[in-house]
Design a protein around this ligand. Structure first.
Ligand code: ZN
Length: 202
């Protein structure tokens, strides 16, 4: 009993339990410990149609593609990191708005996504070339296993808001990924998952 009390006393600087508010329609986390906004100009090289991207950047004043709110109180191994991502509805040419996507710097770190409004897809890619697709919809929890790069796509006509939770030391490795093998295009009003090279040839 005394040992347990001592342990609690020396841990007083450790993070304390809490609940953090978020808005399921706007995705705003309050209070967040970090927040960033990603505009289309920051996503050059990722979309299939580079000319369509430049037309939207110059014609619409470089619109916001997505935002991210994060909450964490600690960076020690074993702790969690969570927050929201909001992908605004829109397309570049035929291709739906997407996030930059990443591997985790520590490749063996997993993650979960849980959509709360809007709907879309998660594209996956592994360093051996394997690819997968999973739904990102309210009522579902998307599992991102270790070693899989992941990119989210908003295929709806409203903001796609999802909660992500991962180990705080996972880290984001953006440089390795670049353009992914799979793309999601609007083909006659429906999302179509296609291979990049085949889609370029259509
Ligand atoms: Zn991740």
């Amino acid at each position: 009993m005394w040992a347990r009390l001592c342990e609690l006393m020396v841990d007083l600087n450790a993070p304390l339990p809490c609940s953090v508010a978020f808005n399921k329609n706007s995705g705003v986390v309050e209070p967040a410990t970090s927040h960033y906004t990603k505009r289309l100009s920051a996503l050059r090289g990722l979309f299939l149609d580079a000319d369509a991207l430049e037309r939207r950047i110059s014609g619409e004043g470089d619109p916001v593609c997505y935002e991210n709110y994060a909450f964490n109180q600690n960076t020690a191994e074993g702790d969690l990191f969570f927050g929201t991502t909001i992908i605004y509805a829109g397309k570049v040419g035929l291709e739906y708005h997407l996030t930059r996507g990443h591997y985790h710097s520590k490749r063996n770190r997993a993650e979960t996504y849980q959509a709360v409004s809007g709907h879309g897809l998660v594209l996956f890619q592994r360093e051996d070339g394997a690819t997968r697709v999973a739904k990102l919809e309210p009522g579902m929890i998307t599992y991102i296993p270790p070693h899989w790069a992941h990119r989210s796509i908003n295929t709806s006509d409203e903001p796609l808001v999802f909660i992500w939770t991962c180990p705080v030391d996972a880290g984001n490795d953006y440089a390795v990924l670049g353009a992914m093998e799979l793309v999601v295009l609007d083909r006659n009003g429906s999302p179509s998952v296609e291979k990049r090279l085949e889609a370029l040839g259509r």
